[in-house]
Write a protein that binds this ligand. Structure first.
Ligand code: SF4
Length: 387
């Protein structure tokens, strides 16, 4: 389904197209369909994405006639922000309400001149990685293109439309929030086209990262559809442990995942590296033997390894390893020649880790109850989820 099909109903039942979710090509097509010149789309994109405007009357260089036409046929509608928190370290977090039942989170992390926005692609997630707060909430639905790009739009507007002032706050975007982006492939690809577009958010290809837990078929397709950086949530150096931590590994085991990573790097025309994400869980995946296994697994793949000490959340059995243990693991990788920075947790005071804040609000499938029952059977009585 194209975003043009995603029409909303006004009280008078006039169908309107939400311009927020249209790529440049789709917006051009829209203008042709309403009898206007294609280049009008450029004006409108600047107003919507650069200046954060959601009212046609505020578009100063658009004529009255076109404004009236647009008001009759289109709208610019973003979801509502229901919670906003800003950490003492500058991290910002939004809970964005998509509809009566569903919300997602978006997090902005400043780091010197870099500002990274972590964007969600699904409400909840079906993949149920054992250490992940979002996975415990179950899967509800995919986000539309408008709902994905609205997260960038909302964050961008929160800085007071910086293009006016020449400053740029969001320099990087990672599709690493709630959900598995490759399982919402078409919408994520279109939203990333808007993020990359100069008339959208102008994010450079190396600064726009899609993070996957290893949906192998779509990994092969990704580079042909859009050139962005690839990150893989690995978290284990062998199939036995990865089957437990990242269950999609049972479907696409490490051999296939590594093949897909190599194919991605080989397709790129520049010197590309895959970012490997490795959440360190005390006593589970953080010993020396596992570090050596990881080296063996990744020795031929151009990559860097982000080491992320686990960020604990309620009713989860895993623990964060202490700093010495993390540094010892890092040292083994570094001695083998891997770039392996330790990613420190940001925004702890606002529950900035993926899925934590929204998880306090909703759990539709009772997966977290089942999880609690598994780790503490005395305390929780599990009732069947209502269909
Ligand atoms: S880590 Fe990612 S893929 Fe795994 S359950 Fe969480 S959101 Fe889904």
């Amino acid at each position: 389904m194209s975003e043009l099909d995603l029409i909303t109903e006004t009280p008078s039942s006039t169908p309107k197209v939400n311009l927020l979710g249209l790529t440049r090509e789709q917006l051009e097509q829209f203008f042709v369909e309403i009898g206007e010149k294609k280049f009008r789309s450029q004006q409108i994109m600047k107003w919507v994405h650069h200046f954060g405007v959601d009212n046609f009357d505020d578009m100063q260089n658009v004529g009255k006639g076109l404004k009236e036409k647009l008001k009759a046929r289109a709208e610019i509608v973003a979801p509502t922000v229901t919670h906003f928190k800003e950490s003492t370290d500058g991290t910002r977090k939004w809970v964005v309400q998509l509809d009566a039942k569903n919300s997602v989170e978006t997090v902005f992390i400043p780091d010197g001149k870099r500002g990274t926005l972590c964007v969600s692609s699904q409400v909840g997630c079906a993949l149920d990685c054992s250490f992940c707060s979002t996975g415990k909430q179950g899967f509800q639905r995919d986000l539309t293109v408008a709902e994905i790009i609205a997260q960038v739009w909302i964050a961008h507007r929160s800085f007071g439309t910086p293009e006016h002032k020449g400053a740029r706050h969001i320099t990087n975007v990672v599709m690493m929030g709630m959900g598995e982006p490759l399982l919402n492939f078409e919408n994520v690809v279109n939203a990333m086209h808007l993020m990359r577009d100069d008339l959208g958010y102008g994010i450079a290809k190396k600064r726009l990262t899609l993070s996957t837990s290893g949906v192998v078929p779509q990994m092969y397709e990704l580079y042909d559809r859009i050139d962005v950086a690839l990150a893989v949530s690995l978290h284990a150096p062998n199939d036995e442990l990865r089957n437990e931590l990242v269950p999609i590994n049972k479907k696409y085991p490490l051999k296939e995942l590594m093949k897909a990573c190599h194919a991605y790097v080989d397709k790129a025309t520049d010197s590309r590296r895959v970012t490997i994400e490795y959440v360190l869980l005390e006593g589970v995946n953080d010993n020396f033997e596992q570090a050596y296994e990881l080296i063996e697994l990744l020795k031929t793949l151009p990559c860097k390894i982000n080491l992320i000490p686990f960020n604990p959340f309620p009713h989860n059995p895993y623990k964060k390893p202490n700093g010495m243990r993390v540094r010892a693991f890092q040292e083994v990788l570094q001695k083998a020649g891997f770039v392996s920075p330790i990613r420190t947790t940001r925004g702890d005071d606002i529950d900035a880790a993926c899925g934590q804040l929204v998880g306090q609000v909703q759990d539709k499938t009772r997966r977290s109850e089942r999880w609690q029952a598994k780790i503490n059977p005395q305390v929780v009585e599990v009732r069947p989820a209502k269909g």
